[in-house]
Ligand binder design. Structure first.
Ligand SMILES: [Zn+2]
Length: 482
């Protein structure tokens, strides 16, 4: 992934430089009060902007302007001096007076097509949930059309709760990539590798062939990052793990995996491999900056140090960990150890059961308080960091997404504050994490393009997605009776 990254960083540096020049040009133009025309694709005015930039600036009466997929101006109205800029034009404007803007949320770990099995079986152990219900239901129902329809529903749900980037592991991942692209979201999408016949590929050779084609197809796409997703150390042999990593590295693609999720996984690894799941992956040369590992609950200090040193992206999933009683990730210690730690929803069926990152932030902050018996643990700002800039660091995309700054991608969310649970407001971080809900997400912009505006999802036919989901729900229920 390194070559691809350095290329991306170069592009990102160039686009940042261009944006800074644009900014300087603008400032100069404004100062000189020239009538030279400046045009933007999108101009959002009058908002309180929570930037999540390195100084954590919060801008009152702020303006965001975009060109193409990039933020070309962010600042106060007085910086912008719009009144004196007679030549400013914008193809699209949004007056965000009284509203709050934050960076688009990053869901670092999920399996969105599984929305079609939402609520199928809950309140059982992870092992029973997987082996008695989910794997059989998947074997009987998951087709390319299932993945496509489930993706549409999941994408609409994510947009409605402010997610602009997500990392996903499932089957028929190419169909999911096409749906994500059509919906306009950024996706790190991993084709799952598992050592038994999967719904899409019945052998490891088929799995490898499908994945290689998938990786080739999406090379260089601005939104979709095709990835390889060996499921876990307990469903993949050492050979499968090594082969998956080698294929991903051949194409500089990300590697997605579940890691140190259950106590059983740790106990079994100690017995079988003589070491922890993290140290086993280190031994087989699996870990690196191209790896995104979900959960990382059962990690000791040595594991944390390895994950930090190898720059592995890790993803905390508080709802899932609580729902399946997997344990509590030592998030505060992991952040202190320097791990790149994002936030995710995990499965929308049986281990959450939704894709709501607003709720996930709230739970992440509160779970650490209860776990450490310390109300100061993590905090609202820490939770928002994990859902934005730290999530971007976990994906090694912090130069492009995760905060609102000139030169970065124009991925942001406008929140409505004109509701009873949004007032009064003393602290923006506290308000976002503990008081605001997905229902306050009003407009969502990805790469400068609105995918939801004034409460309406623009890129997914929600009515059709909902009707099809109800139909598939009936099919899944019937299939398990046979
Ligand atoms: Zn998962």
């Amino acid at each position: 992934m390194k070559a691809n990254w350095s290329k991306r960083m170069r592009i990102s540096f160039l686009s940042a430089s261009f944006a800074v020049l644009t900014h300087l040009f603008l400032a100069h133009a404004v100062a000189a009060q020239t009538k030279q025309a400046v045009s933007f694709d999108l101009l959002v005015t009058n908002a309180t902007i929570v930037t999540m930039d390195p100084d954590r600036h919060v801008i009152d009466s702020g303006i965001i302007a975009t060109n193409g997929d990039t933020v070309t101006f962010i600042g106060t109205a007085s910086d912008f001096q719009m009144s004196s800029m007679k030549g400013v034009t914008a193809k699209q404007t949004i007056d965000a007076k009284g509203k709050l803007i934050m960076p688009g949320l990053i869901n670092g770990h999920t399996h969105i097509p599984m929305v079609l099995m939402r609520g199928l079986i809950d309140d059982v152990t992870l092992d029973d949930w997987l082996r008695k219900y989910i794997f059989p239901a998947e074997a009987k129902n998951v087709t390319e059309d299932f993945v496509r329809r489930g993706s549409r529903l999941g994408l609409a749900e994510m947009i409605r709760s402010g997610t602009t980037t997500f990392a996903d592991m499932y089957y028929f991942e190419d169909a999911e990539a096409e749906e994500a692209k059509a919906a306009g979201l950024r996706g790190f999408l991993g084709e799952t590798w598992i050592d038994f016949p999967a719904p899409d590929n019945k052998s490891n050779a088929e799995m490898a062939a499908y994945t290689e084609k998938f990786l080739k197809k999406w090379q260089g796409d601005p939104l979709i990052h095709a990835a390889v997703a060996p499921h876990s150390i307990y469903t993949c042999s050492e050979k499968t793990l090594r082969d998956a990593a080698a294929l991903a590295r051949k194409y500089h693609a990300p590697i997605l995996i579940h890691l140190a999720e259950m106590r059983k996984e740790l106990v079994d690894s100690l017995e079988k491999n003589g070491t922890t799941p993290v140290q086993y992956l280190e031994r087989i040369e699996f870990l690196g900056p191209d790896v995104l590992a979900a959960h990382c609950i059962w990690t000791d200090y040595t594991d944390m140090k390895i994950l930090a040193d190898r720059q592995v992206g890790c993803v905390h999933n508080p709802s899932s960990n609580m729902m399946l009683a997997s344990g509590v990730a030592p998030v505060v210690d992991q952040r202190a150890a320097g791990m790149r730690l994002g936030l995710g929803t995990d499965v929308p069926s049986g281990s959450n059961n939704d894709l709501d990152m607003m709720e996930e932030m709230d739970l992440a902050a509160k779970l650490q308080k209860a776990y450490r018996v310390d109300p100061r643990a993590l905090g609202a700002r820490g939770a928002l960091e994990m859902a934005t800039i730290e999530g971007a660091r976990a994906l090694h995309m912090e130069k492009e997404i995760g905060s609102l700054e000139t030169g970065k991608k124009a991925d942001f969310v406008i929140l409505n504050l004109d509701v009873p649970n949004a007032v009064p407001m003393f602290d923006v971080y506290s308000q976002i994490v503990y008081a605001l809900k997905a229902s306050e997400v009003e407009t969502v912009v990805v790469g400068g393009k609105p995918v939801m505006k004034a409460g309406k999802v623009l890129t997914v036919d929600e009515g059709q997605a909902i009707a099809k989901a109800v139909q598939y729900g009936k099919q899944v229920a019937t299939s398990l009776k046979n």
